[in-house]
Design a protein around this ligand. Structure first.
Ligand code: UD1
Length: 429
């Protein structure tokens, strides 16, 4: 497996292009299942998870085409056109789903369009038990009959889904997306109560509107979806990846650097921005995106992860790397996933002082970290080790980086371009 080797101590300076959001692209790709017309997505990131889902959609009968060149101009990412003229298969097999949890997002569109779907229970990052009960409840609220057989979720609605009311007991990004995808292709008005408000959910709403659904309340916790049995095609620009941008913002902060995150949305990153300012960084919206200038040494500032617009759980590990070298202590509380501190023992190998108690980590800042061989566990934990390596003295070797490639496009190239000393050792090397 590939390894990433970082030599710390370099100040990062320059401009980093922000890719299209992975977590937006995945549900957007699944929306193509709802129409027999082409859905074209622009600014698609080059990532392992995108290829995995494209493979699954291809298996279901979707024609997936890539075009590296955007005739509209100005879009750095690839252009992908998905055409689901005919659904050839309504089963998402274990082998394909286990690689990535977001594969469960094909369930809603398949049952809405075909009246039946069989989707393996997902795998993905091991950051907690991560059930799919809320996805199931959403479909049941629309009249689907759902059973669990042999590790597969079977959903059936032979006479089609019925519009209804979906009330979520807790905020789930994925389950809100399942609800939206199913409701958009179901005639009548469906209300979604306690919906997730993440920018990626809003992006899905915008595509479904372009395909012919009517959605009110976009960006709020109360969505009202007027669906149509036959949705049309659309051309859609994917929102910038706020988690990638946030990761680079922390890279600037941890190296005392000065990075401009080209294309980043300041609004989508407002909680991280205010937190970084409290640590002593300068964060400002500029014409190109967002500029972050790191302090000589950050101050310890507490955070608690929350659904959007709160502090994102997907930046918790990266922020912890920053707090490891802060002046003073900070308390980092994870409220979304119960097992998302797997980076803690790895950071400790580099000299961090962290005590975990339940969902809270107490980080006592140290004057400096030291490079060490470390092991990547999940996607965001992996990148936190790279960030720690940027600030550490000496060499950090991050092993098992395949998780990184699921979510970060050309990470080492982007970091090297702004001054980091970072290389990838291919397995064969
Ligand atoms: C998405 C993101 C992930 C991010 C997470 C929270 C994608 C592809 N992934 O994941 O990067 O960390 O949002 O911002 O967009 N839950 C249930 N039952 C369910 C579904 C979820 O109990 O049926 C729980 C989860 O275990 C978790 C919480 O709800 O504790 C939130 O999870 P959710 O928002 O659904 O995360 P994902 O959509 O899986």
């Amino acid at each position: 497996m590939d390894r990433i080797i970082v030599r710390g101590g370099r100040r990062l300076e320059g401009t980093v292009p922000v890719a299209g959001a992975k977590n937006a692209a995945l549900p957007l790709m699944c929306a193509s299942l709802l129409s027999d017309r082409p859905v074209t997505l622009r600014n698609v990131p080059h990532l392992g998870d995108i290829a995995t889902l494209a493979g699954l959609l291809g298996h279901l009968g979707v024609a997936v085409g890539f075009d590296g060149h955007d005739p509209g101009g100005g879009h750095a990412g690839r252009v992908m056109t998905l055409t689901a003229g005919r659904i050839a298969d309504t089963t998402a097999p274990y082998d394909m789903v286990r690689k990535m949890r977001a594969s469960v997002l094909v369930l809603g569109p398949l049952v809405a369009r075909c009246g039946a779907a069989k989707v393996s229970l997902p795998g993905g990052c091991a950051i907690g038990t991560r059930p799919v009960d809320l996805h199931v409840k959403a479909l049941q609220a629309l009249g689907a009959e759902v059973t669990l057989e042999g590790g597969y979720i079977h959903a059936r609605a032979p006479a089609g889904l019925r519009a209804g009311e979906i009330v979520f007991p807790l905020v789930s990004v994925g389950a809100t997306e399942t609800a939206l995808l199913a409701a958009a292709a179901t005639e009548g008005t469906t209300r979604i109560v306690n919906a997730a408000r993440e920018p990626e959910v809003q992006d899905l709403c915008r595509l479904l509107v372009a395909m012919g659904a009517r959605i009110e309340g976009i960006g709020t916790a109360a969505l009202s979806v007027e669906g149509r049995a036959a949705l049309g095609g659309a051309v859609h620009d994917i929102v910038p990846d706020r988690i990638e941008a946030g990761t680079f913002a922390i890279a600037a902060a941890i190296t005392g650097g000065d990075l401009t995150l080209a294309g980043a949305s300041a609004d989508d990153l407002r909680t991280l921005a205010s937190t970084l300012k409290a640590t002593g960084a300068t964060v400002e919206a500029v014409a190109a995106g967002l500029r972050v200038v790191g302090p000589a040494r950050p101050r310890g500032v507490d955070v608690m992860t929350e659904p959007f617009p709160g502090f994102p759980t997907d930046l918790q590990a990266q922020y912890m790397a920053l707090m490891c070298v802060a002046e003073g202590a900070s308390m980092i509380t994870e409220t979304i996933f119960e097992n998302r501190f797997m980076h803690v023992p790895e950071l400790a190998r580099m000299g961090a002082r962290i005590t975990v108690h339940g969902g809270t980590a107490l980080v006592r800042g140290v004057a400096g970290l030291r490079g060490a061989p470390v092991m990547a566990t999940d996607l965001r934990a992996s990148v936190s080790l790279v960030l720690a390596g940027l600030a550490a003295e000496g060499e950090t070797v991050v092993n098992r980086v395949y998780h990184l490639d699921r979510g970060y496009e050309h990470l080492e190239a982007k970091l090297a371009a702004v001054g980091a000393e970072i290389v990838r050792m291919r397995e064969a090397a």
